[in-house]
Design a protein around this ligand. Structure first.
Ligand SMILES: [Zn+2]
Length: 235
């Protein structure tokens, strides 16, 4: 994940009024395992393990995922499997295999060695996703008697705190550029600074938090995917 420090010096280096878009930037994870791990010749097809051939970016675009303090976006390629396409020839509709997939599909991740698959830190839901460490924290919250509603509230608090701090940094920077001495001061004073906007304005900050209902669904999804520990002769 890109760290905030990778772009901060750039914002502060400009002598004129700061542009707001830098303050709205979200982290983007580009999940293309064969680029991240050059030793991987091709992404394995979930259905047959054959070589997946990249077929352009996923047409649905980047997927929004919930992180601890903000949202981020995950994007990647679609892949096609020639073996499964060959298998489908002349078959009935019901017998046909899926011939295209994503590198984050559970079946594909399962076929990758763990040092690769564990670099994908998200549990994806139908339309969005959530960072696995937040689901782990949810487990801890539930064990300690906190419900989904309290967990959702904690996440909301962390996200709104980040939003408030970002807004504070922006207004402080604007005020400094308009009041401190320098050749741009009068020009900066004459301009009307852009407003930061609200937390959930999708054209600006674009904040979003998972609902209590969403966390409950994620919890069920996560536990249905955990491997079952089979132990013989337990008293
Ligand atoms: Zn296949």
């Amino acid at each position: 994940m890109p760290d905030v420090l990778t772009y901060l010096p750039h914002i502060y280096a400009r002598p004129n009024l700061p542009k707001l878009d830098r303050f709205y930037q979200k982290a983007v994870l580009v999940w293309i395992p064969e680029f991240l791990f050059p030793e991987l010749q091709a992404v394995p097809c979930p259905g047959c393990g054959g070589k997946g051939a990249p077929d352009g970016w996923n047409p649905k675009g980047p997927r929004r995922v919930f992180m601890e303090h903000d949202v981020a976006y995950v994007m990647g390629f679609r892949y096609k499997c020639a073996k499964c396409a060959e298998f489908n020839e002349g078959k009935q509709e019901a017998e046909k295999r899926k011939t295209s997939f994503n590198a984050w599909d559970a079946g594909c991740l399962r076929r990758l060695p763990e040092y690769m698959s564990k670099e994908f830190h998200f549990l994806l839901t139908k339309r969005s996703g959530i960072e696995i460490c937040m689901v782990d924290r949810l487990a801890d919250d539930l064990v300690h008697g906190k419900g989904f509603s309290a967990a959702a509230k904690n996440i909301r608090q962390a996200h709104t705190t980040k939003f408030m701090v970002d807004q504070l940094k922006y207004t402080s920077l604007v005020n400094t550029r308009r009041t401190s001495s320098g050749i741009f001061r009068s020009a900066n004073l004459a301009k009307i600074p852009e407003r930061f906007g609200s937390f959930d304005d999708s054209t600006k900050y674009g904040g979003a938090v998972p609902s209590e209902h969403y966390l409950r669904d994620v919890w069920r999804l996560y536990f249905s995917k955990l491997p079952v520990l089979e132990v013989d002769s337990v008293d």
